[in-house]
Design a protein around this ligand. Sequence first.
Ligand SMILES: CC(C)(COP(=O)(O)OP(=O)(O)OC[C@H]1O[C@@H](n2cnc3c(N)ncnc32)[C@H](O)[C@@H]1OP(=O)(O)O)[C@@H](O)C(=O)NCCC(=O)NCCS
Length: 165
Amino acid sequence: MDNILKVESNSQVDAVAKLAREIWQQHFTPIIGDAQVEYMLTKFQSSKAIASQLDEGWEYYIATREKDYVGYTGIVPNVSCGKMLISKIYVKDRIRGSGVGNLLLDFIEDTSKARGLNTVWLTVNRYNEDTIKWYYRHGFVTVDEVKKDIGAGFIMDDFIMEKKI
Ligand SMILES: CC(C)(COP(=O)(O)OP(=O)(O)OC[C@H]1O[C@@H](n2cnc3c(N)ncnc32)[C@H](O)[C@@H]1OP(=O)(O)O)[C@@H](O)C(=O)NCCC(=O)NCCS
C-alpha cells in the first residue's frame, strides 16, 4: 500500500535529507560527478537547508510503501503566477517504474488544482535523459533552458519544462 505524508517534524526533515543523499548519490554521480553532488546535497538537501525551505513556504511530502520511505517531493506554490514549482521529485532506485512517481505527480497536480494553480513546472538537468522521457510521457513540454551558477565553480545546466493541468 502506497501513501503520501506531509513533512512536518524534525525527524521527517531528517528522513528527507537521508532519502536525498541516497537517491542523489546513486542517480546524479554519473551525470554531474560526486563533488557537485556533495556540494548540492549540503547546499539544498541537508536537514538545515530543508528546514529553512519549509520556513519560506516550501512543502515536502514523503511517499511511503508499507512502512518504508521510498520517495519524496518538494513543491513551491506561487499563487500570483498561478504555478506550482516541482522543485524535487525522487524515487529510490529499486522502486522506480512501479508507480510511486505517478502517485507523487498525481498528488502534486491535485494539490495544485485545489489551490487554483493551472501549471506545474520544473527544471531538469539536460543530461538526465530517462527522467526527461518520463516527463514527456507525463505531458510536460520543454519551454526554455537555463544555466545557473550555484557557486564553488559548479553550474546547473537545465531544461525548463511545464505542464498545463
Ligand atoms: C522520474 C521518477 C521520479 C519517476 O518515478 P517512478 O516511480 O520511476 O515512475 P512511475 O513508476 O510512477 O512511472 C511509471 C510510468 O512511467 C513510465 N516510464 C517509466 N520510466 C520511463 C522512461 N524512462 N521513459 C518513459 N516512460 C517511462 C512507465 O511506463 C509508466 O507508465 P504508465 O503509468 O503509463 O504505465 C523516478 O524515476 C526518479 O526518481 N528518477 C531519478 C531521479 C530524478 O531524475 N528525479 C527528477 C529530477 S528533476
